[in-house]
Design a protein around this ligand. Sequence first.
Ligand code: SF4
Length: 253
Amino acid sequence: MEVFASFQGEGLYAGEPQVFVRLRGCPLRCPWCDTPGSWHVQPDAEARISAAATRRVPTRATPFQVACWVAEVEQGAPRTISVTGGEPLMWPEFIRGLSSMVGSRRLHLETAGAHPRSLARVIDAVDHTSLDLKLPAEMGEVQELPGPGFEPSPRDAAEWRAARRACLELVAGRDACAKLIVAAGREHGAYEELLADLARLAPRLPLFLQPVTPVGPVGAAPLELVRALAEDALDLGLRVRVLPQMHRVLGVP
Ligand code: SF4
């Protein structure tokens, strides 16, 4: 969908200058999603390459082509590449291909943590994984991408639980972090199972509580809720930090 240079706004590497490779396609429907334009894969869509002059190119590209665009937009020393979306785990073979094309650059993955089989395909090909923890009750209806070969997405609480636990087991002990988006209208007890899973399966994983950037009907998280969640996480022995989206603060993409 796009290749551009900016500052990482979330998680363990917030503030780091990175190149972002945003892949089209996401079957999930998070209510706070700020990139709904990434949900669909239209063969005739174009990708935006934000180099010295922004230009548009056909959206289908090989890992080699994307690696060339990365070198074009970073305009200087090689940067870490953040593969984001959409849900990048729709394209595990592309991610593996890209990892072999980027030289000494680090490859970071940002994922919803809903597709453990695909995560297992790429976990050794990436240098860092940022895993969103989703509250099943607030996820909208899954809209699977058309076509064969995509790993099915979780559709109910039990499937979300299984996917979350499998993903946490995959990233435990690696260079990784977990993010929990916190929005208005939630009770802090609703997060109990997520935090317990994290404490049990990946207790050393840094946890970022990310107060939602209000979008559409999704309102800002009350500070009391953020405080309560931070206390819960501390009580479980988790390494918790509170961090709003820094790229929004800076006003950059
Ligand atoms: S997983 Fe990401 S791209 Fe997909 S709906 Fe959620 S926030 Fe949007």
